[in-house]
Design a protein around this ligand. Sequence first.
Ligand code: BDR
Ligand code: CA
Length: 310
Amino acid sequence: PTSAWIDTDMGFDDLAAVLTVTQTPPWRVDGMSLVAGNAPLEVVIDNALRSAACFGWDFPIHAGSDGPLVGELVTAQNILGADAMASAGRSLPRTRAPLASSDAVAALIDHLSAADQPVTLLALGPLTNIARVLQRRPELATRIGQLMWMGGSAGSGNHTAAAEFNAAVDPESINALLDAGVALHMVGLDACRQVRVHAADAEALRAVGTDKAELLADLLLGYVRIASPAGTLPMSLYDPTAAAALVAPHGMSFRPAHLVAECKGEHTRGMTVVEWRVPRRAAANAQVASVADETQLRRVVLDALARAAR
Ligand code: BDR
Ligand code: CA
């Protein structure tokens, strides 16, 4: 496949992931569904429509779920800022592209039903929209050829000690997808932590010399500074690593595993429990990212950002 539908909670690393797809020929984006996660849905919509205007996206963008299947939305605004862009004072131009609809679940159902080939999905946030699609139309699981998801972890968490953020926001959705039999490829935190960017990468991007290069360099620098305020430490690429694994599949190795999300634990809600000992202890129900080729994957992302800046 060389096209994907993207489901995203549009913070800065989501934007970098979308640009990784749009700027890696021959890949293109069929459509986009938005979900609350990094920030409340209104902020996610604003980021997506402003990004679309700025970077000239021509695919339809649909607003979706404003909170998880169960419980209240928690956002990452404490880390990414109110605009979820890690922006350190820098923001996207105010012009917005139009919103195609406010029913992303219906739009994704239509897209899956109409496609003549199995559809590739790239999911960069909580899995709420996709779980709602399959709750309404379970038979559409077989129309999803591959669901590449940044989320979960085969190691420790970030939102809590046990849980990665996208998994922590909506763990019930993960199990709903697995129960529906979706071909899930999980690119977890432990895989993403192998692919890092540095302040120097932001400066190399700035050297492209356009207004968009300034914008992306400032946003990337704000993102790197999440790891250390002075920008001296590298920062892991989360969503862009999943996007790069999609468009450059030799850069990431996946292993079959049995996956389940913990939905009850007092200290472990949102933990993705990975049983690697398949089929001995359990039947595999997912492919889980294990070893990343850092050199290749960060190049794919940084080259795409440089092209987006031109
Ligand atoms: C994930 O959480 C979000 O804040 C990022 O956009 C990424 O999808 C990392 O845990
Ligand atoms: Ca995200």
